[in-house]
Design a protein around this ligand. Structure first.
Ligand SMILES: [Zn+2]
Ligand SMILES: [Zn+2]
Length: 344
């Protein structure tokens, strides 16, 4: 069985991990395994013996120095206006839908796209590329990349990179969407604010060599801008216009901005709601929770307390049926075909 990437990164490559994960008193995380605790105790002893507690640059150490140079996030205006545009566009698309100005097939097409392309995120970017919780043969990887690209949520390499940082440094300054900075930041603020220096630093030490060896991932990354134009805007908008003579403006606001922003916010809910509102049957000391509504909307990604404790599990949950974990059903179907294998 292939070792979990995130897991292995924690102990194998980062000398600061134990400082970040076990001695930060206002941030409780999942990484509480025995060896981390032992190395933290060892670190503390070393620090005590040298009389220094902040010389290594870890997250805990940043808290020590934070009073003198507090980090202030700046707004990245192009990203801010992009978010503003798609969210206003969401409302315009919603207006067309609730006033029945779109054709029936446009409703079905939009719903189908939200549902099917979401699997590109859950089964692709998340469970396959971020966590390597199962393996997929190239036709399935190609299908997942096609679906994921239609979502428009950056390239898979960047998505998985930030997600690995999120798991490894969950709810510390190094977490790209640290839920301890509040609901708005965890939901969408992190997308248009400058990242904390700890995020920038920790991104550099995350092992991404497995994805760098995946030609499908690297090709999508290389040609992301034309692929975005073609698959995020072109395909969803032009199919209704060409195939059932939908008005181009309706197709644009419904099938691009409304659809895009719907999927985006469902993904955001995992970072915000599923880190705040729900129960914690697996580890009460961490913030991620089990949330049924997010599990339904995000096709099985709402069992987040379990997922942060056992990130290598391809089901991202212990219990529940396919009804509340559509992604697991999807992966299991492809396992029957032999396209998915070594499910952990
Ligand atoms: Zn999380
Ligand atoms: Zn994850």
């Amino acid at each position: 069985m292939t070792p979990n990437v995130v897991d292995s990164v924690v102990t194998d490559t980062d000398p600061n991990a134990s400082c970040v994960l076990t001695t930060n008193t206002d941030t409780e995380t999942v990484w509480r395994r025995k060896q981390d605790t032992q190395s933290a105790i060892s670190d503390q002893n070393n620090n005590n013996s040298t009389g220094s507690s902040s010389s290594r640059g870890g997250n805990h150490c940043d808290h020590d120095t934070a009073d003198s140079t507090p980090f202030r996030a700046q707004i990245r205006w192009p990203d801010f206006f992009a978010q503003l545009f798609v969210h206003v566009g969401f409302l315009i698309g919603l207006y067309y839908l609730v006033t029945f100005q779109a054709k029936l097939y446009t409703y079905l097409w939009t719903l189908g796209l939200v549902w099917a392309t979401g699997l590109g995120i859950t089964a692709g970017a998340h469970r396959l590329w971020s966590h390597k919780s199962y393996k997929a043969r190239w036709p399935l990887r190609l299908l997942l990349m096609f679906l994921f690209t239609i979502c428009g949520q950056r390239d898979a390499y960047t998505w998985a990179h930030d997600h690995r940082v999120h798991h490894k440094y969950s709810e510390t300054d190094a977490d790209p969407h640290n839920a301890k900075r509040g609901f708005f930041f965890a939901h969408v603020g992190w997308v248009f604010l400058t990242p904390h220096p700890e995020v920038v630093a920790k991104r550099k030490i995350i092992d991404m060599s497995d994805l760098e060896a995946d030609p499908i991932v690297m090709l999508q990354r290389r040609f992301y801008i034309p692929l975005f134009a073609l698959l995020v805007i072109g395909l969803p908008v032009l199919v209704p216009w060409y195939c059932w003579a939908e008005q181009l403006s309706v197709a644009f606001w419904v099938c691009f901005t409304f659809r895009f922003t719907t999927t985006l916010n469902i993904a955001f809910f995992v970072n915000s709601v599923a880190h705040m509102f729900g129960n914690k049957p697996y580890d009460k000391s961490i913030s991620p929770v089990e949330n049924l509504a997010v599990a339904i909307a995000a096709m099985g990604e709402g069992w987040h307390n379990y997922h942060h404790v056992f990130p290598w599990d391809y089901k991202t949950s212990e219990l529940g049926s396919y009804l509340f974990n559509v992604t697991t059903g999807f992966i299991d179907c492809f396992a029957q075909l032999g396209w998915a294998y070594e499910r952990k």
